[in-house]
Design a protein around this ligand. Structure first.
Ligand code: BGC
Length: 266
């Protein structure tokens, strides 16, 4: 078993379902102790923590709304109280509130921005403060690692999802600017940009054969992604194997960003 993250502590926001669940599990399989943050799926987060402990890992579930500053502070307090510190922070929580542009309410816009972008800002900020507070640890070459969960929609425009695409575009530049700022401290900041991954957020796009066929026209590699595809990428970005990698977005999308419409056209 690859124990690249042995002795390290990870926090995954939005770890109770979808991509976050897959990432939390993969980090635990690679030897990290994991704090699984959840907002409303407490039972799933506890189940995952139990599953990790059953195979000899360490895990806790922590409830917090990542768009709420007091919740973020309380989450980091309990994380540090429980595990002593944190080495890997995956700012993953995200949601969609899709609407035609002319119908999109300010509430839809704000909800998506507050969780997807401001939530990642606050999560990353507390992570950086903690890395600086506790100083180097022998478990990793870097002082700390942050992974922002972006999307192919940080570069692919998405009609009907203007709030979501704008939040992911924002993550791209937040991640890069932060990476530039903290690199001298040996803190690495990167993003993963998933394409179509089989999770509850996009169920309508894969849960019937017609929808799946339509979706797969956008994926040259010919299959929908699984949460573990993202988990494996997160393990690599969190490990010393990627020690010279910072400020990069790793697209894990089966080629969705390769302009598949041009394969036999243009
Ligand atoms: C969205 C999914 C979508 C995928 C590819 C993701 O960021 O959350 O709903 O299927 O991008 O378009």
């Amino acid at each position: 078993m690859n124990q690249a993250l042995h002795g390290q502590v990870a926090l995954v926001t939005g770890g109770s379902s979808g991509i976050g669940y897959g990432v939390a599990l993969a980090l635990a399989e690679a030897g990290a102790s994991v704090a699984i943050n959840y907002h409303s799926h407490g039972e799933e987060a506890e189940d995952l923590a139990g599953k990790i402990e059953q195979v000899g890992g360490q895990a806790i579930a922590i409830k917090a709304d990542v768009s709420d500053e007091a919740d973020i502070d309380a989450m980091f307090d309990s994380l540090i109280q429980h595990f002593g510190t944190v080495d890997i922070v995956v700012a993953n929580s995200g949601l969609q509130k899709d609407a035609k542009f002319t119908d999109m309410t300010l509430a839809d816009w704000n909800a998506v921005m507050n969780v997807n972008l401001t939530g990642q800002f606050m999560t990353a900020q507390r992570a950086v403060r903690e890395f600086l507070r506790r100083g180097p640890r022998p478990v990793s070459k870097a002082l700390g690692k942050i992974i922002c969960m972006s999307s192919v929609h940080e570069i692919i425009p998405w009609a009907g999802h203007v709030n979501y695409a704008a939040s992911k575009g924002g993550i791209q530049m937040m991640m890069k600017s932060l990476a530039q700022e903290v690199a001298p401290h040996r803190i690495r900041v990167n993003s993963i940009a998933p394409g179509a991954i089989k999770t509850p957020i996009n169920k309508a796009a894969w849960d019937n054969p017609e929808a799946l066929e339509k979706l797969l026209k956008l994926v040259p590699y010919g299959r929908i992604g699984e949460a573990e595809d993202i988990g494996h990428a997160a393990v690599w970005l969190a490990s010393d194997d990627s020690d010279y990698v910072t400020g990069t977005t790793l697209f894990v999308d089966g080629g969705m960003t390769l302009y598949p419409g041009f394969a036999d056209n243009g």
